[in-house]
Design a protein around this ligand. Structure first.
Ligand code: ZN
Ligand code: ZN
Length: 405
């Protein structure tokens, strides 16, 4: 019997080899592989009825090379793109998508923790040198009082970066530096906060930190994307996410690991892991009530030795479709299918070309140096002159250096 088993195994191997040869024979030696298992940003068209979701920040508040803090990109087949949260470290992952920044002009902030908006300044101001020429539109919740709201926070952010803005206004086309802030009531329940081009975004309250945290529900073309931002289990998420196609909800590190791996005291771990955030078991309970087509957990260090522990705990309370996200996981969502893959990114990404013609800088906005600072500048005309000559010759211009001597 044993010998027969080995023979059977060998016959099986031989059959597989023949089948593989037949499949390989259909592949051209010169054409790309038709259906790749990996997503390469910038290489795939979206079909008109398709939604692509890219996880750009899935980790903990402090970014690490493998995982930035919270950020999710939703791209729709109608061409619209939406960003949900812009946590610390996500900007480089966003740049890796190779999307012109003018298309990335709609940002929804779920709450004002730094791991959900820490890269907003770099995306906003850095975007002005990444060829963004369209104002950046930001939606975010009010707070319990005005000083805890998004508008107040972003007013202060503009003030905080006044030096940065002062260096740019008169030097580059700064239209992309304009902020358009839309604050909406944090306690609106399933209220529409965005309705354009067949896309509706609604807001529901979240329970996290202070008054002024929300979750979002995006609806388009019969598909529903839900983004929890941060929240402990709450009635609004469960009621208004029911049956969603794609439901993202935080799924924090288990309290035991907060103690063992991150140095929390046991009471801290319980407070943070179950009363301020959602443990894997609580996440599973929420999803067992929501029953989405795909439940997506994020907001934990997703490593080879952690994921099985988190999954085991989620499975105590939920047995439906599940993805535990890590950065660069990508999801293609249609009415019939949800495909989950990982991306491979090009680390040497340059800005995409501008989508609009650039205007000359508004020199009235230029702030000049004091005589003191100016007195220290060395113009090196013998070095800089030829650089100007080169550009003037190439582009038929007649520019002169600011520092002449
Ligand atoms: Zn938070
Ligand atoms: Zn968070």
């Amino acid at each position: 019997m044993k010998k027969y088993g080995v023979m059977g195994f060998l016959v099986g191997i031989a059959t597989c080899a023949v089948l593989l040869t037949l499949v390989a024979a259909k592949l051209s030696p010169t054409e790309p592989v038709p259906d790749r298992d990996t997503y390469f940003p910038g290489t795939e068209a979206l079909s008109p009825d398709e939604m692509r979701v890219v996880a750009l920040g899935t980790g903990m508040p402090s970014a690490r090379p493998k995982q930035a803090a919270a950020c999710w990109l939703v791209e729709l087949g109608n061409g619209d793109k939406f960003l949900f949260d812009l946590g610390s470290g996500c900007h480089e992952r966003l740049a890796a998508q190779k999307i012109p920044y003018d298309y990335l002009d709609k940002v929804f902030i779920g709450h004002l923790h730094v791991d959900h908006m820490g890269d907003l300044p770099t995306f906003w101001l850095g975007g002005t040198v990444m060829n963004r020429l369209t104002p950046l539109r930001i939606w975010g919740p009010s707070g319990g009082t005005p000083e805890y709201g998004t508008k107040h926070a972003l007013d202060l952010m503009e003030k905080m970066y006044v030096w940065d803005i002062g260096t740019r206004g008169g030097v580059v086309d700064f239209r992309g530096g304009v902020l358009e802030v839309h604050e909406f009531p944090f306690d609106g329940v399933n209220e529409v906060i965005y309705d354009e081009n067949g896309v509706v975004v609604r807001s529901i309250p979240a329970v996290h930190g202070l008054d002024g945290a929300v979750s979002f529900i995006l609806e388009w073309n019969g598909l529903t994307f839900v983004y929890g931002s941060d929240t402990i289990p709450n009635k609004w998420y469960i009621e208004h996410s029911k049956g969603a196609d794609f439901a993202v909800h935080e799924c924090f590190l288990p309290s035991t690991l907060l103690v063992k791996r991150q140095g929390f005291a046991p009471l801290e771990a319980l407070n943070v892991g179950t009363q301020g955030h959602t443990s894997p078991e609580q996440f599973g309970k929420v999803m067992s009530l929501v029953k989405p087509r795909l439940a997506v957990g994020y907001h934990f260090y997703n490593d080879f030795d952690i994921e099985p522990e988190v999954r085991k705990r989620v499975r105590k309370t939920y047995d439906g479709p599940l993805a535990l996200a890590t950065d660069y996981m990508v999801f293609n969502v249609t009415k019939d299918d949800i495909r989950v893959r990982m991306s491979v990114v090009d680390e040497e990404v340059w800005p995409s070309p501008a989508l609009k013609k650039k205007n000359p800088p508004d020199t009235s906005k230029a702030i000049s140096f004091s005589d003191f600072t100016r007195s220290g500048a060395l113009g090196f005309p013998e070095v800089v002159g030829p650089i100007y000559d080169e550009i003037n010759e190439l582009y038929g211009t007649n520019y002169e250096p600011v520092f002449k001597e």
